[in-house]
Ligand binder design. Structure first.
Ligand SMILES: NC(=O)C1=CN([C@@H]2O[C@H](COP(=O)(O)OP(=O)(O)OC[C@H]3O[C@@H](n4cnc5c(N)ncnc54)[C@H](O)[C@@H]3O)[C@@H](O)[C@H]2O)C=CC1
Ligand SMILES: CCCCC/C=C\C=C\C(=O)C/C=C\C/C=C\CCCC(=O)O
Length: 254
């Protein structure tokens, strides 16, 4: 799939993996609406990416994945500034296990469900759309249990099952919508920096051991795997794992 006519909306794109996904799409010719709840990082990333890829290729909208109306605004802003959206990336996520654990469910699970629902409504050919691809960012923590992040692991398992159920639904597939899951292990972002400090998780000493055993990927490696899920039109309902110690590989729940 050529990205020359493509327009993406990416949540949590102000930093980390979301920013890396934006960069690889821009490098391959797509236009990107960066969305993030953090306006400071969003505006900084916008000015840097606009300087390297062109003002007309990228835009930023402050947006909260816990609000469905913000997704509607993102799709209409993207359409007016960049063109009709055909790539939706539900990337925003958090890993709080303690007092704010409910935000982990609200952002990771409910945010992904809202983003998928709005994207399906825009992409489905039977609803007047032109098709598209939805990438839901889960984690290897949604496939392999760990003692540090039970809420986080459950949230990522929920994203995987939700996406797989939609990916096999003919209402999506026969209307031109692909739905894929990216399941990275550790990547070098602010989230992993917070994990090293261990404030909001259980058994931080085990998290440190896991980081040492599994290793930490540069975000660019995760972005390469992401690009494969976007551009390879044979991939629908796929789960792509990527980790520093095992590399890249598809996973089947069946
Ligand atoms: N870094 C890692 O090792 C891994 C990360 N992931 C997943 O990748 C995704 C991105 O993670 P990172 O880049 O590492 O995290 P990060 O913490 O560096 O970036 C997350 C971004 O999401 C934004 N965000 C948080 N709440 C939001 C909300 N309510 N609405 C909109 N934006 C919001 C933040 O402002 C931030 O810019 C997450 O879903 C995470 O669970 C998955 C596997 C490994
Ligand atoms: C682990 C607690 C998570 C708290 C949130 C912070 C960072 C999140 C990082 C990830 O999503 C990393 C993914 C996996 C970690 C879990 C298991 C590692 C096993 C990897 C393997 O078997 O290859």
């Amino acid at each position: 799939m050529s990205l020359a006519q493509s327009v993406a909306v990416i949540t949590g794109a102000g930093q980390g993996l979301g920013r890396a996904f934006a960069e690889i799409l821009l490098k391959n010719g797509a236009k990107v609406l960066l969305t993030d709840i953090n306006e400071t990082v969003g505006q900084k990333t916008l000015s840097e990416l606009a300087a390297s890829h062109g003002q007309d290729k990228v835009a930023f909208l402050k947006s909260d994945v816990t609000k469905e109306t913000d997704f509607q605004s993102a799709f209409s802003t993207a359409k007016s500034k960049l063109g009709a959206v055909n790539i939706m990336v539900n990337n925003a996520g958090t890993g709080n296990e303690k007092d704010a654990w409910e935000s982990t469910i609200d952002i990771n699970v409910k945010g992904t469900i809202k983003g998928t629902k709005v994207a399906l409504d825009h992409f489905r050919k039977d609803k007047g759309g032109n098709g598209g691809v939805i990438i839901n960012v889960a984690s290897i923590a949604g496939l392999n249990p760990n003692p540090c992040g039970p809420v986080y692991g459950a949230s990522k398992a929920a994203i995987i099952m939700f996406s797989q159920c939609w990916g096999m639904n003919t209402d999506a597939v026969s209307n031109g919508v692909r739905i894929n899951v990216l399941a990275p292990a550790f990547a070098e972002t602010e989230m992993v920096k917070a994990l090293r400090v261990g404030k909001e998780i259980h058994k931080p000493e085990i998290a440190t051991q896991m980081l040492d055993q599994v290793g930490v990927l540069p975000v660019e490696k995760v972005a390469e795997a992401f690009l494969e899920l976007v551009t390879d039109t044979s991939k629908n309902n796929a789960i792509l794992k990527v980790s520093a110690h095992m590399g890249k590989g598809y996973h089947s729940l069946k």
